[in-house]
Design a protein around this ligand. Structure first.
Ligand code: URA
Length: 205
């Protein structure tokens, strides 16, 4: 079993916080072990808790569409959450739950070593953009520890607020351009040409 799978196994039996007692399934996350893009949401909802997979409900369907609008397939990216078990009634995760789960997210980031992290919503945003407002920084990139971090609205918020839908769609459509610009700031050499043939590894750089 590889290290990522070992972490997933630890998450499935985790009892570090109270969310463990209410879950049907923990949701470690899914995607290629060396994905170049990692998306981090808030926490599993009803459907995710039932299936043990991230973003499989209505907001997940929308996220898949948003990724396609950006030119990426869902199976090319790694998708996970700040907390791996469903908060009851989909309430916001508590600071102690985020803290208890941070250990797993840290390890996932270290092992996958993505070039780009996309935060979905305020809880994952808070880790890289503390004290900032999503309305001010959505669609903007920041370089942290050699990675590009882009803050996005949460897809569920955009599903429920029509005004946000256009903004999140526009941010995702611009994602390749946002990544390219941030990458040019990080390393001045021009990016390699990539092929978009089916089944090929996503290659951003
Ligand atoms: N919302 C999230 O933040 N994560 C999921 O996995 C599903 C919905």
């Amino acid at each position: 079993m590889n290290e990522l799978a070992q972490i997933a196994q630890q998450i499935r039996v985790c009892t570090r916080c109270g969310l463990a007692s209410g879950r049907t399934h923990a949701v470690p996350g899914e995607g290629p072990a060396h994905a170049e893009i990692m998306l981090i949401g808030e926490g599993p909802g009803f459907h995710e808790d039932q299936q043990g997979r991230p973003f499989v409900g209505p907001s997940g369907q929308f996220l898949t569409e948003l990724l396609e609008q950006a030119g990426y397939r869902r199976d090319q990216v790694f998708i996970t959450n700040v907390v791996k078990c469903r908060p009851p009634g989909n309430r916001d995760p508590l600071p102690e739950e985020i803290e208890a789960c941070a250990h797993y997210l840290d390890q996932q980031i270290a092992l996958i070593n993505p070039k780009v992290i996309i935060t979905l919503g305020r809880y994952s945003m808070a880790r890289w953009f503390p004290g900032q407002k999503i309305s001010a920084i959505h669609g903007k990139a920041k370089c942290v520890d050699g990675r590009i971090v882009v803050a996005m609205f949460h897809p569920a918020a955009a599903l429920h607020q029509r005004a946000l839908r256009g903004l999140i769609e526009e941010d995702f459509r611009r994602l390749p351009e946002i990544i390219k610009a941030a990458q040019a700031d990080m390393q001045p050499s021009p990016p390699k040409k990539t092929s978009d043939g089916a089944g090929e590894q996503l290659s951003l750089f």
